[in-house]
Design a binder for this molecule. Sequence first.
Ligand code: NAD
Length: 256
Amino acid sequence: MGALDGKVALVTGGGAGIGRAVVERYVEEGARVGVIERRAERVDELNAAFNGAVMGIQGDVSSTEDNRRAVEETVRRFGQLDVFVGNAGIFDRFAKLADVPLDKLSQAFDELYNVNVKGYFLGARAALEELTKTEGCMVFTVSVAGFFAGGGGTLYTSSKHALVGFVRQLASELNPTIRVNGVAPGGVLTDLRGLAALDQDAPPPPRPPEAVSRMQQPSDLAGCYVFLASKADAKHITGSVLDTTSGAWSRSITGR
Ligand code: NAD
């Protein structure tokens, strides 16, 4: 028996990276999964790969209408919604504030915050009514950059700090009906994209081998999303952001 037998989830940005690993693991655990994903070829791949247990929906998380449609189509196809996973995000490739030209800052800010912050608000709001019916839960991908400086530039780090507040406040507002938690990865081997406004939207440059050996694989994280979604295992957990960074909090104090 799977931890999520009979459950229905909606995952944002589930076409690659961490989201894709969560989708795979949720299916293994017995769930059926809707995915809102911006890139059409990833939507097609999802629709072909899981024998009907996954429905890819092309859309952009920064659109109210696309979030509304993703919830509606998931519920129409699978009958209910138990778990909302907010995950789609973009990066600023560690751009320092001083290095962002003033005439590009407004556009870069809107691009990053529209996905990383507004996308989570819109998705959560769109899923609220259905999750209330099932007394379901939400799980959000945050980041080590939600706790410390140095996990991104000012745009990315501040967006992930905002999400820690979002998780805590929303958990308080929805308690006890809907649990709300987050997962905070460190560096993960994905092709997380940068900002078009800063000409960073090509695939990330190759990483040096010593960096690769320290990084997490998306599949290392998927179990955290199963745990937090499981009513049996995480019944009394809400407002938490699970640190999966192998002790970044410790290194921030001791340097080890
Ligand atoms: P990824 O690029 O591999 O996967 C993200 C997916 O989201 C992609 O399929 C992309 O097409 C999709 N997407 C992006 N913008 C979208 C939008 N506006 N609407 C719909 N879909 C969209 O990246 P990832 O590393 O798996 O990132 C997932 C989350 O993990 C992000 O929130 C990121 O900030 C967070 N995170 C990543 C790392 C890391 O090192 N990779 C570390 C900590 C946190």
